[in-house]
Design a protein around this ligand. Sequence first.
Ligand code: CA
Ligand code: CA
Ligand code: CA
Length: 318
Amino acid sequence: MLRNVALLCLFASSLVFVHCSDDPAAKTGENTDPDTGTSEDDADVAKEDSSTTEDAGTDAPTTVDQTEVEPNNGAATDAGLQVNALTTPGAIKGAIDPKDDTDIFSVVPKAGEFWQWTLVPGADLAPSLTVFDTKKGNLNPTVTVHAADKGTPLAIDQFVLSAGNFVAAVRDIRNVAPTNAHLGGPTFTYRLEAKLATLAPQTVVIPKTVTGKLSRVAEIATFKLSGIQGQKFEIIVNAARLAVPSKLDSRLSLFNLTTNTNVITNDDAAKTTDSEITGGFPSTGDYLVILENEAQGEQAVGATVPDLSYEIKFTTSK
Ligand SMILES: [Ca+2]
Ligand SMILES: [Ca+2]
Ligand SMILES: [Ca+2]
């Protein structure tokens, strides 16, 4: 259940793009393997996702410090879109200045990479950060978070399902509809960093039921398992369907670590915001399962974190 469309399409007006991963039309996707059925009904299958875990934050920082150059609002020009190319891993300093400024940075991550984005605002900025793939028909989900108050830092986990033309867009959330506060100025500063991190997936031997909880709205959880070609798998998330429903609106993907390609993604199974993926492993080898929270765009980052508990059931059959 994607609800970020309105927000994204605000960017779209200046950015030509395209993504709106939430666009129903974009959701048909790529089940690379005909065998890989989807479980549900939802056309979302096979598209998007993202993934996990934590903090690979301990990786050695190899950032390149940069400074934004206006105009970078995404407007179309003869020379292309007005965006700043961000060298990654790297960090860039900028300001939402003048009022209603949008700052857009382009990046080109590769399939299978795990990026951690952090945005640290100055005291005046209530930041909004959106990372998405502008490539038409792409598999990658849009990831967006915003602060509940000014001065609150943001973090996004981004697992890249397929190579694309990504952008990271920074605004003040109070300038977004319906608030439209028209804020900004030289003191609305921030530092945005993109760090290439190492996933630490939990190893799963099927059959297995795992319970857990995301610690922040744009965190992902990842699981590593082995599959045999042709073997059927069924992976079911329960969050909304828990006895005490949590606030996690799951999206679930299965990524083939041997071929570095996505196998299947599901946002919502029938009649629930929980995800289910089923099908057959396209080849024998290791796979990554990526669980994310697609409600992140509505869950402001602040002092309290919503209950993002989940249960995932992994099963296979011949
Ligand atoms: Ca700016
Ligand atoms: Ca700008
Ligand atoms: Ca969902």
